[in-house]
Design a protein around this ligand. Structure first.
Ligand SMILES: NC(=O)c1ccc[n+]([C@@H]2O[C@H](COP(=O)([O-])OP(=O)(O)OC[C@H]3O[C@@H](n4cnc5c(N)ncnc54)[C@H](OP(=O)(O)O)[C@@H]3O)[C@@H](O)[C@H]2O)c1
Length: 238
């Protein structure tokens, strides 16, 4: 029996669009019950409604920068679905500017969402994941190993996320919880206010990363790919 066939559930931060939404679609198709979150009530309600029936998918307004809100959303998920097997730590954003122009508010929003939000999400879910011998999958970035000009806050958040992921992999492995981080390059989403068009066909598509998540969940329980880098196979020539 695969994990999906045994009635399991997944909690996805940042599931109103992009990679989180595509992963919710794939997990629902695989038989998981799913909670998706975002900060905006209208968008998360619309996303949940288009993803499927209310018994299978729940939409929660939840800002990952607010620990109490994250804990309530995880507790509500466990109550609704009877447990939690998969945590997809995906919510993220970026502000890009030379450090001399970056504001303290932009810095705090990026670090608070991408890094502290990841800690809050994992922290709130550990008891349920421990009971289930579950799986934490963190959506990091190649920006977590390749710095670029204008990326000080985003690079710092994703470099930090990589260190966090690898440390908690060691903490949680003895509890029977697997931890993997996925580090993609360019993905065709609305990240940073971008609108995907046919010009983005060369990029990784959100459903490609959803497939990586499914592949990790299907991996033999004895084996743990802890760090997965994903690139476009044919980037445009410079
Ligand atoms: N696109 C890329 O090229 C790329 C490459 C590598 C890694 N990534 C990473 O992939 C992840 C997903 O991004 P995406 O490309 O799918 O972007 P996206 O389309 O902009 O989706 C981001 C999601 O995160 C949610 N979100 C943002 N801040 C949040 C907060 N404080 N609390 C809860 N939810 C929040 C957004 O919903 P609301 O705005 O409604 O809250 C949205 O659902 C991010 O961690 C990003 O850093 C993206």
């Amino acid at each position: 029996m695969t994990q999906a066939q045994s009635g399991r559930s997944a909690f996805i931060t940042g599931g109103s669009r992009g990679i989180g939404y595509a992963t919710a679609e794939a997990l629902l198709r695989a038989g998981y019950q799913v909670t998706v979150t975002s900060r905006k009530e209208d968008e998360i309600r619309a996303a949940a409604a288009s993803l499927g029936e209310s018994g299978q998918v729940r939409g929660e307004v939840c800002d990952v920068r607010d620990f109490e809100a994250v804990q309530s959303a995880i507790d509500a998920h466990v109550l609704a679905f009877g447990g939690l097997e998969v945590l997809f730590v995906n919510a993220g954003l970026g502000h890009f500017a030379p450090v001399q122009d970056l504001t303290p508010e932009q810095w705090s929003e990026v670090i608070g969402t991408n890094l502290t939000g990841a800690f809050f999400t994992v922290k709130a879910a550990i008891p349920a994941l421990s009971r289930a011998h579950g799986y934490v999958i963190l959506l990091s970035s190649l920006a977590g190993k390749n710095p670029f000009a204008g990326g000080s806050a985003y690079n710092a958040s994703k470099f930090g996320m990589n260190g966090f992921s690898e440390a908690i992999m060691l903490d949680l492995r003895p509890l029977g919880i697997k931890v993997s981080q996925i580090m993609p390059g360019s993905v065709a989403t609305h990240f940073g206010g971008h609108t995907p068009t046919e010009q983005d066909a060369w990029k990784i598509q959100p459903e490609d990363l959803a497939q990586v998540v499914l592949d990790l969940l299907e991996m033999n329980p004895r084996t743990l790919p802890s760090r997965i880098e994903v690139r476009p196979a044919q980037p445009p020539r410079k």
